[in-house]
Design a protein. Sequence first.
Length: 60
Amino acid sequence: MLLKVRNAEFIDLELSWMKEKLKNNREKILEHETKIKMLEETIRQANLELTRLRKRPRLE
């Protein structure tokens, strides 16, 4: 009986650790997704500016 209780406690601790690890990984993924979206927006803005500059008449 004592062995079953210790196994249950160990499994509970292991599950708690895994849950915390998944939570931390989820937070890191969200941070990376946010950074990616910011980079995509920066690229989009740069492309718009480049298009605008290409349309401008050149002075020679």
